[in-house]
Design a protein around this ligand. Structure first.
Ligand SMILES: [Zn+2]
Length: 252
């Protein structure tokens, strides 16, 4: 039996040029357990945001904190045991992707080697409070594996479905997308490699200005974006979506 893929919106914010943005996480349900792909905000953060984030950050992104939207509460409402979340596959360690980790303190956090090193070297971009529980990390080096021609790193969590980290560097030093095999075909979870599906279809989308400002290495981000554009054209059969575009949840 294949791994079941659930789509969860674990947070709502707003960003200049993007407008409403969400936190599109995945819950992977497998006979061997549960895994999250990115985690949105955590329960404690939604209860007492000013203890975790500066008022400037909360205001700038107009973050709507809602405990019901956290992955922990959504998994409970699905009737699943949150203790079975043993793995969190994290595209990059920004505050809007890693906040939920604290709700799964025993889960192993899977990231690229580059992202892990950037974090360990004290990159001020990352919020120490989100890692105060000292999660166990497993990092993935460059390998000889490829996925539809893109460099790939196989995630080792023993699930039925194949899962790969796909380097999409630039937004952060080690940001990766996550490729997951579906019952039919594949999906590519592209994290913050783009912010709006419209960017893949329009030249010079205004969101580009936000993307440039948020990027750790903007020329690398642009190269990544270009290769994703080419990939989406040559592989229309692969479902590609990003983290912040609300389009997926508009009808739900
Ligand atoms: Zn983000």
């Amino acid at each position: 039996m294949m791994t079941t893929i659930h789509h969860l919106n674990c947070g709502t914010l707003r960003s200049p040029f993007i407008g409403k943005a969400i936190c599109h996480c995945l819950l992977l349900e497998d006979k061997n357990g549960l895994a999250l792909v990115d985690t949105g905000f955590g329960v404690a953060e939604t209860r007492n945001p000013v203890q975790y984030f500066t008022e400037e950050l909360i205001d700038f992104f107009a973050i709507e904190f809602d405990e019901d939207h956290t992955a922990l509460r959504q998994i409970e409402r699905m009737g699943l045991n949150t203790k079975n979340v043993k793995h969190c596959i994290i595209t990059h360690l920004d505050f809007d992707h890693a906040g939920g980790l604290a709700d799964f303190p025993d889960a192993t956090v899977h990231v690229s080697r580059e992202e892990y090193d950037s974090f360990k070297n004290g990159n001020p971009r990352y919020l120490a409070s989100q890692f105060a529980h000292k999660p166990k990390f497993k990092s993935y080096d460059q390998s000889n594996t490829s996925w539809f021609g893109l460099p790939a790193r196989k995630i080792e969590i023993g699930f039925e479905t194949d899962i790969f980290l796909i380097p999409l560097f630039g937004h952060t030093t080690g940001q990766c997308g996550v490729a997951i095999e579906k019952a039919e075909g594949w999906l590519l979870y592209a994290a913050d490699a783009f912010y709006s599906t419209a960017e893949l279809k329009t030249d010079n989308h205004p969101v580009t200005r936000t993307a440039a400002a948020a990027a750790e290495n903007d020329s690398l981000r642009l190269r990544t974006f270009q290769s994703l554009l080419e990939f989406s054209t040559s592989h229309p059969e692969v479902e590609i979506f990003c983290y912040h575009d609300p389009v997926y949840f508009n009808n739900t």
